[in-house]
Design a protein around this ligand. Structure first.
Ligand code: NAD
Ligand code: UFG
Length: 336
């Protein structure tokens, strides 16, 4: 089977390419390198001994997409290409809706033209807004997103549901990721945010490696066990494997639109993560408690039962692996 992976040189995309190649899939990547580097292609080869076919270009480019589908005989698409910085999306809503929604419309148009109707889409737990209860099930209410990034994912989910309603020969898996962290154990690929990281784990790793001075913990007055925010952190390799299981489902089932939470089902607080990171990596992480970050919620973790029952997928790596692999990647890629 030949899979087009859009955004395949990015953080989650590159780990998924590794798993796809290791499972024997042929992989074609389209990426505009807006948030990744071409050298990731070589790293994927170093890990797997196999190559992805790479197209440098933008998913808005309908002609390029048509060329790819004509040349490559694609069987299914995994769509990772999007912008993902929550804060930036508030400043740049047009860019976010354009890149996260319009690109999907172009892709769907071209897929329809070429009769390729199997799609795995990267959604996010952010579509649940501030959840009424945890753990969150796929059937729980969505909406109440507080930023254009989150709303863009909600819009695409709706577009995919409308598409399936209009033509039930599509096979669509919407995967709602919780908080992906960590890196490939080789330390060759991982998360490389531009500038100062906005997310917890890359920030912690850079404080530990002395690239940043001190972690700000955004609030310790939430109604959680220690007052800091609780999230469902999932190792990026486990997450990548979830995509293989989703593809297998689309291959063997009769057509349908399926939605899955990809999380571990365990909620860790910010302090849990800091403590685990220090213990596993034998380092000190300086931190201070500051005000809450606007738009943050107290608690968010998945009920991952549906993915286990229907995909036969569950996370196997724990918080220690996540902390160890995240730090290994930062140390291996530290710029002196
Ligand atoms: P990433 O930025 O590392 O990867 C995205 C890749 O897409 C990058 O390589 C970028 O260059 C490419 N890209 C962006 N716009 C493009 C375009 N128009 N044409 C071609 N390539 C384009 O992000 P990631 O963390 O790997 O996230 C992948 C997907 O998962 C995104 O859709 C993101 O919204 C979603 N997601 C991520 C998280 C997370 O915490 N990382 C959580 C939930 C959902
Ligand atoms: N946090 C800090 N200090 C920091 C960074 C984060 O205390 O410097 C705290 C946050 O307040 C939160 C927790 O760490 O309680 C996790 O924050 P992240 O920014 O790492 O992750 P979020 O849960 O805010 O959001 C992430 C992605 C979103 C995605 C969401 C759900 O950034 O894109 O998970 O999947 F939508």
């Amino acid at each position: 089977m030949k899979i087009l992976v859009t955004g395949g040189l990015g953080y989650i995309g590159s780990h998924t390419c590794v798993e796809l190649l290791q499972e024997g899939y042929e992989v074609v990547v389209l990426d505009n390198l807006s948030n990744s580097k071409e050298e990731v292609k070589e790293k994927i080869k170093e890990i797997t001994g196999k190559e992805v076919k790479f197209y440098l270009g933008d998913m808005m480019d309908e002609q390029l997409l048509n060329n790819i589908f004509t040349t490559e005989k694609i069987d299914a698409v995994i769509d990772f290409a999007a912008y993902k910085a929550v804060g930036e999306s508030v400043q740049k809503p047009i860019e976010y809706y354009m890149n996260n929604v319009s690109t999907v419309l172009v892709l769907l148009k071209v897929m329809t033209k070429h009769h390729v109707k199997k799609l795995v889409f990267s959604s996010s737990a952010t579509v649940y807004g501030d959840p009424e209860k945890v753990p969150i099930k796929e059937t729980d209410k969505t909406g109440g997103t507080t930023n254009p990034y989150g709303t863009s994912k909600l819009f695409v989910e709706q577009i995919l549901k409308d598409l399936y309603k209009s033509d039930n020969t599509w096979d669509i898996a919407i995967l709602r990721y919780f908080n992906p962290i960590g890196a490939h154990p080789s330390g060759l690929i991982g998360e490389e945010p531009n500038g100062i990281p906005a997310n917890l784990m890359p920030y912690i790793a850079k404080v530990a490696s002395k690239e940043l001075e001190c972690l700000s913990i955004f609030g310790n007055d939430y109604p959680t066990k220690d007052g800091t925010g609780v999230r469902d952190y999932i190792h990026v390799v486990d997450l990548a494997k979830g995509h293989i299981k989703a593809l297998e489902k689309l291959e063997k089932e009769s057509q349908g639109l399926y939605i899955y939470n990809l999380g571990t089902g365990i909620g860790y607080s910010v302090l849990d993560i800091v403590n685990a990171f220090e213990k596993v990596n034998h380092v000190k992480v300086n931190y201070k408690i500051t005000n809450r970050r606007s738009g943050d919620i107290a608690e968010c973790f998945a009920d991952p039962t549906k993915a286990k029952d229907e995909l036969g997928w569950e996370a196997s790596l724990g918080i220690e692996d996540m902390c160890k692999d995240a730090y290994n990647f930062i140390l291996k890629n530290k710029k002196d």
